[in-house]
Write a new protein. Structure first.
Length: 149
């Protein structure tokens, strides 16, 4: 007859203790995880989303979308030919899914045809560009993706 150091009760206690340690490790690890929301005011943005849909529909009726080009020194946004002789106001939001500190929002006041953003203000990463503009009392919205390296 062999003598076990632990009987069946001891083995259950060791198994239970291991389970408690595992759960405690998972809880502590999840409490240290940083979760960033896409937007802090997401509820208010959801309420106003119909305006975004209407502006997106207006943009789709244009001859061409706004063209976005990047080079080593700048990101250039060129508006469609319908806006050649018009003053454009609005905003451009560079959303980085990697890090919310890299997000940038810039106002466009009385822009004619082209808006230029210096690359010094942006990180080398993927951006979703959310372009809101207004001309002649009509609002437009366009989303584009760009990779900066």
């Amino acid at each position: 007859m062999s003598k076990n150091k632990f009987g069946w009760g001891g083995r259950i206690a060791i198994l239970y203790g291991g389970f408690v340690v595992l759960i405690a490790t998972l809880v502590i690890g999840s409490m240290r995880q940083d979760f960033d929301l896409v937007a802090d005011d997401y509820y208010q943005q959801e309420i106003e989303y119909q305006n975004v849909l209407d502006a997106g529909k207006n943009q789709s009726e244009l001859s061409n979308p706004a063209a976005i080009h990047a080079n080593e020194s700048a990101v250039t946004i060129e508006f469609p030919q319908e806006f050649d002789e018009q003053l454009i106001t609005g905003s451009v939001h560079f959303y980085s899914p990697v890090e919310d500190a890299w997000d940038k929002t810039m106002a466009m006041n009385n822009v004619q045809k082209t808006f230029i953003v210096s690359r010094a203000e942006l990180q080398n990463t993927n951006y979703k560009i959310k372009l809101n503009w207004e001309a002649n009392g009509k609002k437009y919205y366009q989303e584009s993706e760009i990779t900066l390296f």
